[in-house]
Design a protein around this ligand. Structure first.
Ligand code: ATP
Length: 216
């Protein structure tokens, strides 16, 4: 596992709150493609977008509680520590600089994020820094919205897990992970109505949410 050239994976998101729709697909993915470690990186939300309900510190604590008994996951809170929002393209470029030019790197996203990916700031630079590994998510199209974006996907897509381990970057792999119909939006709405979320969020995270009076 200490192999210098082992595939490293980063999983970004708002995690407001973290839920099983984040954790379970990525755990399955780790087994499917062979990931020794996944680094979760909660993001700072740009001011023009709706702000998370939980503070940066609360989102971080919820993640710590969620991964406490899961050695697969590590937490990187660098984006939360900045007072400016960071674009994924910029963060992934920094990560590449830290890891050196040859180590295989992957950015994990859900199917919904793949569909919006071509609208991300400097998205075209991201594949030169890392691979994209996509987890399935119910309710989202399996093809891109436009022909141009679908061509872009097909150009970069690989069906070979090996490519992720032998090439440093540049491939998109659509993984056959299990489907979980869970979203943070749905959880916040359920908690506001005082509905049960035991199947959706780890118990320790739910206890913390209650303790902090979040999402009411
Ligand atoms: P919200 O409902 O507030 O938009 P979310 O549940 O989509 O939040 P995020 O923190 O925005 O959660 O997601 C982080 C990453 O996890 C994204 O890449 C997203 O695509 C992925 N993801 C979230 N939920 C699922 C799910 N149920 N299945 C697969 N991937 C998911």
């Amino acid at each position: 596992m200490g192999d210098m050239n082992q595939l490293q994976a980063l999983f970004g998101g708002t995690f407001d709150p973290v839920h099983y729709g984040h954790l379970l697909p990525v755990e399955a993915l780790a087994n499917l493609v062979g990931l020794g470690r996944v680094t979760i990186m909660p993001n700072n939300v740009p001011p023009h977008r709706p702000q998370p309900e939980a503070s940066a510190a609360q989102r971080k604590t919820m993640l710590e509680l969620a991964i406490a008994d899961k050695p697969l996951f590590a937490l990187d809170d660098r984006e939360l520590k900045r007072d400016t929002p960071s674009w994924s393209a910029q963060t992934l470029q920094e990560w590449r600089e830290e890891q050196g030019p040859t180590r295989p790197l992957a950015f994990i996203i859900g199917q919904d994020s793949l569909l919006t990916f071509p609208t991300w700031h400097r998205y075209d630079t991201i594949l030169s820094q890392c691979h994209l590994i996509v987890c399935r998510r119910p309710g989202y199209a399996m093809v891109m919205d436009s022909e141009v974006d679908q061509q872009w996907l097909l150009q970069h897509q690989t069906h070979r897990i090996d490519d992720l381990h032998t090439l440093p970057a540049g491939k998109i792999y659509l993984a056959e992970t299990p489907w979980f119909n869970i979203s943070a939006t749905q959880i916040r709405a359920r908690l506001a109505r005082d509905e049960n979320c035991d199947e959706l969020v780890p118990t320790r995270v739910l206890d913390y949410i209650r303790e902090q009076g979040l999402y009411r």
